[in-house]
Design a protein around this ligand. Structure first.
Ligand SMILES: [Zn+2]
Ligand SMILES: [Zn+2]
Length: 483
């Protein structure tokens, strides 16, 4: 049997050239037949003794390529209505996953050569993440259409699992996660949840969703996910009692709910407050987070969003940076989101004289290269402002303790700063008082160096997997807290 393997590779290369597209001249039905044959054969090979498979794959890299190529394009080769399609899709998925398992999966202790074999063939077959994402959409939508017989749960698990693995391969050129992919994963997970047999696979779909959202540098995938109904899905998945920890996704969703574009997407689907039972204080020590945390975060974000933010109260409370008056009552914010002006003339005067040096407007709000918008920045500023107002007494005590401890040291070269951590939105935000030596261009309100007696404000935000720290255009005087 093992002697036959190399011939199998040659034979399937004739039927299905790995480096070219399958001949589309013959009827679709017979292509489906050929592909099923090839897939079943490779499945048999991968089912053999692991010690024999590795040398075989190294001797025949085309085998890896063929399987990946089949995996990538199977919806094009298989007729959706044929009875054998489900079995074939399953065989292709299992084979691809088995190859990944043998060559890349860390627990199986692959050598660097093993990994290189898989990754090289993947790069040849796929080329870029863009193709990969497009194929993943095509596959997911195709698998959802298979009804007679419905796809086995294992096939769904393999599908979600394998996509999760390959999007993590860093050698593929990166690209933004397309909204289409997020939508089709959400609807596939919904499809799985609707049938008792595949319910558990829905949780793996949600896990894949978390992986995809983590890949992004901003929270755009979360917008697509909320638009596609991920919150309802999460709630239904948990009422189905799947016994699957979805905390990772919950944390991402909650962190997103501090941003206006995510809030708006959520608000469109769930305009009202979400009724959810009260969480006790002991809950803060728990490790597992659920949809109720998303609901809580939403309820408090919603309140703030509809309240002070919609009324744009910052326009009345923030001050024009230009020293000379007269000023208009309302201010607007510079596109760098770190300084305010009451009018075009104040902006022109001050910008040309002072702010041009530190204005980072070309890099987006707070120099985050578009990861957050101006509206997001003002919303965060709003959150921080009310956070500090709510804890004024505590912060005042901490500041005066800090001042007496560092007496003498808190000279001209330092500023105190209130650092508020919003990076884990599931939990109540925390803060600490830091001593800063603030020189540089990232300072808020056009500051360039420490000014005695000023208390700066910083935040930590979470965007996808990245944690970002930045100054908020808010500043207090020590006298606001002490004495
Ligand atoms: Zn002004
Ligand atoms: Zn600016």
């Amino acid at each position: 049997m093992h002697a036959l393997w190399p011939n199998i590779v040659k034979w399937s290369a004739v039927l299905h050239p790995a480096r070219g597209r399958l001949q589309r001249t013959s009827a679709q039905r017979s292509i489906g037949h050929d592909v099923t044959g090839i897939a079943q054969t490779y499945l048999t090979i991968m089912g053999s003794d692991a010690s024999l498979i590795k040398p075989f794959l190294h001797a025949h890299p085309d085998a890896v390529l063929q399987v990946l190529e089949l995996w990538l394009h199977f919806p094009r080769y298989l007729p959706a209505a044929a009875l054998e399609t489900c079995g074939c899709a399953y065989a292709i998925g299992v084979t691809a996953l088995a190859m990944y398992d043998v060559l890349v999966y860390p627990a199986n202790r692959p050598t660097p050569q093993d990994r290189a074999l898989f990754v090289n063939q993947l790069c040849i077959a796929v080329g870029s993440k863009k193709t990969l994402y497009r194929a993943a959409v095509e596959q997911t939508d195709f698998l959802t259409t298979l009804r007679i017989p419905p796809l086995r749960p294992m096939a769904w698990d393999n599908h979600f699992g394998f996509i999760g693995f390959v999007v993590d391969v860093p050698e593929l050129e990166g690209q933004n996660i397309p909204g289409k992919l997020i939508r089709s994963v959400v609807s596939a997970a919904r499809h799985c949840l609707n049938s008792r047999e595949t319910q558990y696979s829905a949780a793996l779909g949600l896990k894949l969703l978390a992986t995809l959202c983590m890949k992004a540098k901003d929270n755009r995938p979360l917008v697509h996910a909320f638009k596609a109904g991920v919150f309802d899905l999460l709630r239904d998945a948990e009422s189905a009692r799947l016994d699957f920890d979805l905390s990772e996704l919950v944390r991402l969703l909650c962190a997103g709910l501090l941003q206006i574009k995510v809030i708006r997407a959520f608000h469109r689907r769930h305009p009202g407050e979400i009724a959810v039972s009260h969480l006790g204080t002991q809950e803060l020590t728990r490790q597992v987070f659920t949809w109720t945390d998303v609901a809580h975060t939403w309820n408090s974000s919603r309140q703030r969003y509809l309240g002070s933010h919609r009324r744009r109260e910052w326009r009345q409370t923030d001050h024009c940076a230009n020293a000379q008056g007269p000023h208009n009552r309302l201010v607007r914010v510079c596109p760098c989101a770190s300084i305010f002006y009451c009018s075009g003339s104040c902006q022109r005067l001050h910008w040309a004289a002072v702010h041009w040096e530190s204005c980072m407007a070309t890099q987006g709000a707070w120099a985050m290269r578009g990861a957050i918008s101006l509206a997001d920045a003002m919303f965060v500023q709003d959150l921080v402002r009310s956070y500090i107002a709510d804890r004024h007494a505590t912060i005042a005590a901490q500041i005066s303790a800090q001042m007496s401890r560092k007496r003498g040291l808190l000279a001209d070269a330092t500023n105190l700063s209130i650092h508020v951590d919003f990076s884990d939105a599931v939990l109540t935000p925390r803060h600490e008082i830091r001593v800063r030596y603030p020189y540089g261009i990232n300072l808020p309100l056009g500051l360039k160096y420490p000014i005695p007696g000023i208390v700066l404000v910083e935040v930590s935000l979470r965007l996808g997997t990245t944690l970002r720290e930045c100054y908020v255009p808010l500043a207090f005087h020590v006298k606001d807290f002490v004495g």
